[in-house]
Design a protein around this ligand. Structure first.
Ligand code: FAD
Length: 418
């Protein structure tokens, strides 16, 4: 099998991967973006999560373009941070095409070849074929850190004692039929008798005159990196969702019916790949002044949004944090000179992850990773540690990432969990 040749390969076309690929390709490099699903956007499209949580300013021109294009489509609900994610699929695709990214959908990275610790090739399962693709630099934006894991990189996952990760959620959108619905539960599904029995974050909210967004299932105790556990989570989520829909039809939205569910269960947390620095809660909590790192390539602004790992319902804790830099070292996979992470699998502890996993922040780390890989090629270095970080930061600044945490607002709107 002859290997395809690229400059940069990005595994995973969620927010971070799409931004990484666009950032690298628009600097003129030949970039392959490999995505398991049929579109870009990941959790924020196929996961049905049409909402942002974090400040939207200073997250980079790629993120700004997605916001602006959603507004032009009329797909952003007023001034809310909620949007029609179907349009985001179109927007990401067009942006990637314009940048010249080679898109490979229905394609799963399942293997890696290395020369010592340098990645040389990935193997991809795609449309009943096995492809091999080579590149100089690789970016793992798979959310769960699949590429780094396959390469043998060290990782962290879940609570340090129990290993439990934040719960998964199958999201859903309801539409107003204009007629009273007759709630129905197939045999084996018991009705929810009161609010105390709701599995997750309440009963959804109206986003416009005709639509309700339900982020209301809570599947705990499953591992998104274990194939059978992940499938069990999808099944459990659909059972929960059927019960929640019947409940809201009885108690809150009598004329609404199910319009769509996420194409995939939403995974809040998987592997966090060990980088050259692990950003920890000791660093970001309990401080009032912004946290600055000389190699900061993005800024986290969201409150820590930590759901209970064991209790159902809207349980958990939130904490406002002063804006903090995310160091480039959190994207540099420890011991792997030509591999970066981006998005929710970067190197943090579980608490920090609960702040920087938000979509706008993932977009910024994606843009930074793609730009860094491109810069490595431009500087003709073989290892990402050899790029000029000041130069990387200068490029990111001109491209709309506000790197000074003092110029950001902490984002902690209320007691919402997301
Ligand atoms: C229910 C829920 C509610 C949320 N609410 C909010 C909110 O209100 N506001 C907010 O800002 N954030 C929210 N988040 C968090 C946010 O949506 C995600 O953390 C963020 O979108 C993650 O982006 P990412 O690009 O890092 O990963 P993902 O979006 O997970 O993208 C990873 C991509 O990689 C692909 N992939 C995985 N493995 C492979 C492989 N081996 N080969 C090829 N492709 C692969 C996947 O198909 C996916 O498209 C929520 C998350 C969930 C689950």
């Amino acid at each position: 099998m002859k290997a395809l040749d690229y400059d940069i390969i990005v595994a995973g076309g969620g927010t971070a991967g799409a931004a990484a690929a666009i950032a690298a390709a628009r600097r003129g490099w030949h970039v392959l973006l490999v995505e398991e699903q049929n579109c870009l956007g990941g959790t924020s499209t196929t996961g049905g999560v049409g909402e942002w949580f974090a400040s939207l300013e200073g997250m980079g021109d790629i993120f700004d373009t997605t916001v602006r294009e959603l507004e032009r489509f009329g797909a952003r609900y007023g001034n809310q941070k909620v949007f029609n994610h179907e349009y985001l699929k179109i927007i990401w695709q067009l942006l990637a095409e314009q940048a010249g990214v080679e898109l490979l959908f229905h394609a799963s990275v399942f293997g890696v070849s290395k020369d010592s610790d340098t990645l040389t090739e990935v193997q991809i399962a795609c449309a009943s074929q096995i492809l091999a693709a080579r590149a100089r630099f690789f970016i793992d934006a798979t959310g769960e850190g699949d590429l780094s894991y396959l390469a043998g990189a060290p990782f962290m996952q879940g609570d340090p004692d129990s290993g439990a990760v934040l719960h998964m959620t199958l999201t859903a959108w309801l539409y107003d039929t204009g007629e009273i619905q007759e709630p129905y539960l197939p045999e084996g599904l018991t009705p929810i008798s009161g609010p105390e029995e709701l599995p997750g974050l309440g009963t959804g909210w109206v986003v416009d005159a005709h639509r309700v967004y339900l982020n209301a299932t809570k599947v705990m105790g499953h591992d998104p990196t274990d194939p059978f556990s992940l499938s069990a989570a999808e099944r459990e989520a659909r059972r929960q969702l059927t019960r929640v829909v019947a409940y809201v039809q009885c108690h809150k939205f009598p004329t609404y019916a199910l319009a769509a569910t996420g194409a995939s269960i939403g995974i809040r947390e998987g592997r966090r790949i060990l980088g050259e620095h692990v950003l920890t809660q000791d660093e970001i909590l309990n401080r009032t002044d912004p946290l600055i790192f000389e190699d900061g390539i993005a800024v986290g602004t969201s409150q820590v949004d930590f759901h209970s790992l064991t209790q159902p319902g809207a349980s958990g804790w939130r904490k406002r944090v002063a804006p903090y830099n995310i160091p480039f070292r959190c994207l540099m996979v420890k011991g792997f000179p030509n591999l970066l992470t981006a998005g929710k699998c970067i190197s943090t502890d579980q608490v920090v992850h609960s702040s920087c996993r938000m979509t706008p922040t993932c977009c910024a780390t994606g843009q930074a990773a793609g730009t860094a890989a491109a810069l490595a090629l431009e500087m003709q270095v073989n290892a990402l540690r050899d790029i000029s970080v000041p130069r990387l930061r200068a490029i990111l600044s001109t491209e709309g990432i506000e790197l000074d945490p003092r110029k950001h607002q902490a984002y902690a709107p209320n007691d919402e969990l997301s």
